[in-house]
Design a protein around this ligand. Sequence first.
Ligand code: ZN
Length: 230
Amino acid sequence: MPSNQFWAEASAYGNGNGEPVDCSFDEAEDDSSAGLSVVRDSASIDMDRIRRAVREILLAVGEDPDREGLRETPDRVARMYAEVFQGLHQDPGVHLKKLFTQKYDEMVLIRDIRMVSFCEHHLLPVIGRAHVAYIPNGKVIGLSKIPRVVDVLAKRPQMQERLTEELADLLMRELDAKGVAVVIEGTHSCMTIRGVNKPDSSFVTSAMRGTFRERLATRSEVMSLIFGSR
Ligand SMILES: [Zn+2]
């Protein structure tokens, strides 16, 4: 879809608390002075269409969508999708606009950022953690911003490989960092509750940029900081 449509200014649905209301992103953090609109046209999540589709699925599997327990299910599911896919309508870059000048050029690592995403192949949850490191180039970012960026990118139908790379590329670009390392560990419900049914499996992806890619010693250092204590 065209990007101007994608970022068209409007308010919309789910706010992360499961309420079908205004989802105008992260209050004060919406830096509209930067010319960034974070929420797409409210028409882009068609709640009624989801409700109809869920009703169809219930019928298709042989259920009675009008029985008491299911009567409000299509609406609940619609609100759930609006919530878990709200990242589609948010620009992660808005969290990375405020950098602080700091003469620190050693590695900064945020480990164990809890993350919930949805695999785009089955629309089932991927639960995991992200580890993000960067080497500043004269500027640092407030630490809470990186988990926010992870959230925005995770709350979309995703592939873990793509999520990992998108996160690394975005941070590299916006922080103007000397290097970025992203490692994500995810447990994919589509593997644990169905299909091959492997409940304890987890999937690890990594993306190395700049110094982390070029220097083995730096890459080894970040990997041992992430996994060394386990
Ligand atoms: Zn899947």
